[in-house]
Design a protein around this ligand. Sequence first.
Ligand SMILES: CC(C)(COP(=O)(O)OP(=O)(O)OC[C@H]1O[C@@H](n2cnc3c(N)ncnc32)[C@H](O)[C@@H]1OP(=O)(O)O)[C@@H](O)C(=O)NCCC(=O)NCCS
Length: 176
Amino acid sequence: MESIKYNTYKQSESVPDDQIISAAELYCRIWKEEPWNEDWTVDRATKKLLNILSHDDSLLILGISDNKVRGFVSGKSISLKNLDKRTKKSLKDVIDSNDIYSIAEIGVDSSCRGQGLGKKLLGGLIDQVITKNKDAKFVSHTDTKAESAKRLYENLGFRDTNILDSSLPTHTYWVR
Ligand SMILES: CC(C)(COP(=O)(O)OP(=O)(O)OC[C@H]1O[C@@H](n2cnc3c(N)ncnc32)[C@H](O)[C@@H]1OP(=O)(O)O)[C@@H](O)C(=O)NCCC(=O)NCCS
């Protein structure tokens, strides 16, 4: 496999069709796995990924090799007020800031995991946000059973707040 190239798309930028479809196909494969067990169609996944780019300060980074998307990460700014609508308990005591950046989606093709691609994608996104705003705080949530995601977040300086998502009872919020 050729080495991975990273393409970054910012708010309102258009993503070439072949890249967004390849990302959407990967999205469908990833969320079918345990512990997610979600059933996505390429069409819905395409809309979901493109929808991210309609939000404030949004970013989508694709890791591509041999014309196939091998990993993606996306994120956007979010207010504490909107974040608190999603959690069982307010995050204000752990993330007292108005400059909050939410990691929306991260995934790596199962055949490419454990080689640092997730770290490159998420680390790259964090670097781009911090370059614009050095005070930015980051938030994400994940399933308590998603061991590799939790390890990735820990490696990049996130900590588990143990604060639960309101609608996903097995998800806790991680902050950095
Ligand atoms: C989470 C994910 C993006 C990580 O991608 P990746 O390219 O494998 O990430 P990296 O190689 O940079 O790092 C993965 C870390 O998890 C560790 N890991 C892998 N499987 C693990 C497991 N079962 N238990 C604990 N740690 C595990 C790796 O050893 C590595 O940590 P290390 O560098 O300290 O050794 C990828 O596993 C994935 O797509 N998972 C499914 C989707 C998902 O969980 N997304 C996050 C939802 S919020």
